[in-house]
Structure formats: C-alpha cells, structure tokens
Ligand binder design. Structure first.
Ligand code: HMG
Ligand code: MG
Length: 303
C-alpha cells in the first residue's frame, strides 16, 4: 500500500525565513498584513517570527509586535523560532502557539548561526522542552540535515540520532532543514531511511530550500515515505543570514500546485497565495520566485 499521505500540513515560513535576511526593514504592519492575507488564502499554520538577538537579525526585532498585531487568532497557529531560553521566554510572553527550537547537524554552522556547538544547542533545547506549558506545541529544527555550507555532506545516521533524541526529550515534531538547497533525491532518501527508522513519519517534517531547484523532486521522495509536514514560503522568499548563497524555501505556490495535482489536500488556494505574494514582492521590491505562481498569474491575465 502506498504511504503517500492524503493531506499535507503546510507551514508558511515567508514572514520568518522569507524576510530574515533582508536588509531593508519590512514594517510590522506589512508583516502582519502578509500573514493575514495568506491566512485568507487558506494557510493555517505559520512559522511566523523569531525571537533572536536583534543585533544579529534586525529584521526579526518586532516578533512580539507582529504576533500582537494578528487578529482572528482562532483561525491560525503562529510559531516563534527561538535559539535559547531568552528567546523562549519572549515567545511565550508574546503568546505564540508553537515554539520552534533550533540546532544544526554540524558544529560550524551552528556556531555561526546561534553561537553554540550541536551538543550545547541540544542541551538548550532539552532545558526549554522541560518548560513547555500545556497547549503550546513544539517543532525542533535540525538544520544542515544533508549538507553544511562549511563542513559538506552530513551523516544521515547522526541526523537520525539527533531526531530520535529530540523526540525522546518531548518535542512534538522534528523538522529536517535542508538549509542550503543542495540535496538531490537520493540524499533525501538516505536521510529519511535513517530518520524514519527511529522516528514515526507523522512526527517528521521537512524544510527544504530551493537553491538548486531540487525542492519539488525532494518533496516527492518525502511524500513517498509518508511525510506529511512541509514548510514553504510564498513567492519562494527566504534564506538564512548564516548560509551564504542559499536562496528561499520551496515556494508555497509550487508545492500547492504539485500537491493539488497529486490529489493531496492542503486547504490552500494557489491563486490566493500567488496574488498575495506577488503584491507583497512588488510592494517591497523583491523578486517573485514561484514558477507555479507566475504561471497562474499569467493565466489570469489571459482571461
Ligand atoms: P550570543 O552572542 O551567544 O548570545 O548569541 P548572548 O547570550 O551572549 O547575548 C548577546 C546579546 O544578545 C545580549 O544583548 C543578549 O541580551 C541578546 P546585549 O547585552 O548585547 O544587548 N540576546 C537576545 N536578544 C533577543 N532575543 C534572544 C536573545 N538571546 C540573546 N533570544 C544568539 C546567541 C542565539 C542570541 C545569536 O547568535 C542569535 O540571535 N542568532 C540568530 C540566529 C538566527 O536567527 N538565524 C536564522 C534563523 S535559523 C534558520 O533560518 C534555519 C531554519 O530556517 C532551518 C533551515 O533552513 O535549515 C530554521
Ligand atoms: Mg530555512
């Protein structure tokens, strides 16, 4: 029997991963508008903001204000990414629904990103997991899950060990971060073969960047293995300030187009996302990077 899921939970990352590397500050109201307009297109789950040192990532300095600005909170689940206890406390005070926790598989990326070795980051996560209040969910990211920009290819067995440990320590889910978008399908296959031996598929998510144009192909590998949690970013916005040259996440429009075509439910309206993201990119002078979204917008012009 095929393990391909009938539904996928898409978590929208444009207001966090999509914006974090931009130099020009996007005003709080525009971030709130982006999330609310994407919610109107059917997106329910957001990797909305992060709570990090504003000197390190100035674009994310207004995380609490963004969360406070969102109306209709009953319709959406808002996540805050936290690198340490200080970020965790700020995220709880802001009232996020989900805490995103952060390590990488490789020490060098982790040290540059959050000034902690993998071992140190894992222990920070463990302490935070012990303090998660009832009603708040957790997703733990393992960045550089296949490739590190500094240390190269990663050992899938090591990543599986980290994933298993995070779940054992109480994380609800573990998201495999393909931070630099270098992996091809056999890398994802090897990674998932190891991870799914020790963590059930319903607790695993993928967070793919599309730098080398491999993200959709990689997504099909995950689908075939029953993975049904996927991050994406409207308009393909994104990148990590500590991963030189890495571009955005898989575009939400591209992902939704493919899942729609495969009969896999997301609840998301591709055209709605394309309009919102295209308008946002025009307003902020950003390039709009979804092929499916461009095709959909062009098809509307012809009608
Ligand atoms: P540090 O220098 O070790 O921190 O940085 P520290 O504890 O020594 O504190 C230094 C200063 O930062 C102090 O302020 C702290 O108060 C402040 P000062 O006295 O200088 O004014 N500080 C904070 N302020 C706000 N919120 C906090 C916080 N913590 C300390 N949480 C730290 C360590 C983690 C803080 C720093 O390295 C940092 O902020 N890094 C940002 C990392 C980041 O945002 N990276 C991008 C997100 S990760 C990503 O995109 C990957 C992902 O998408 C998955 C994938 O693609 O693979 C998730
Ligand atoms: Mg990312």
């Amino acid at each position: 029997m095929s393990r391909v899921p009938s539904k996928v939970l898409v978590t929208e990352s444009s207001s966090r991963d999509g914006l974090q590397s931009l130099g020009a500050f996007v005003p709080t109201a525009a971030k709130v508008g982006l999330i609310e307009n994407l919610a109107s297109a059917g997106i329910r789950t957001f990797d909305a903001v992060s709570f990090v040192n504003p000197k390190a990532v100035p674009q994310m300095a207004d995380g609490a204000e963004v969360i406070a600005g969102i109306t209709n909170r009953g319709d959406v689940e808002l996540g805050g990414l936290v690198p340490n206890m200080k970020g965790f406390e700020a995220a709880l005070a802001a009232g996020v629904d989900t805490i995103g926790l952060l390590t990488a598989a490789s020490d060098e990326f982790n040290e540059r990103n959050i000034n902690a070795t993998v071992d140190e980051a894992m222990h920070r996560i463990r302490r935070i997991l012990l303090e998660i209040p009832r009603g708040v969910s957790t997703r733990s990211y393992i960045s550089t899950a296949t490739h590190c920009p500094f240390e190269g290819e990663q050992d899938p067995d090591w990543v599986a060990h980290l994933a298993e440990t995070l779940i054992e320590w109480g994380s609800d889910t573990v998201y495999l971060g393909e931070t630099i978008g270098k992996a091809t399908p056999f890398h994802i296959e090897a990674l998932l073969d190891h991870v799914l031996e020790v963590v059930p598929a319903d607790r695993v998510g993928i967070h793919l960047h599309d730098t080398y144009g491999q993200a959709l192909a990689n997504t099909t590998v995950a689908l075939e293995r029953g993975v049904a949690r996927m991050d994406s970013s409207a308009g393909g916005l994104g990148g990590c300030p500590y991963a030189p040259g890495a571009t955005g996440n898989i575009a939400t429009e591209d992902l939704v187009y493919m899942l729609d075509g495969m009969g896999i439910e997301t609840g998301i309206d591709l055209g709605g996302v394309a309009n919102v993201a295209n308008d946002f990119c025009s307003a902020h002078n950003l390039s709009y990077n979804s092929r499916a979204g461009r095709a959909w917008l062009a098809s509307q012009d012809r009608e």
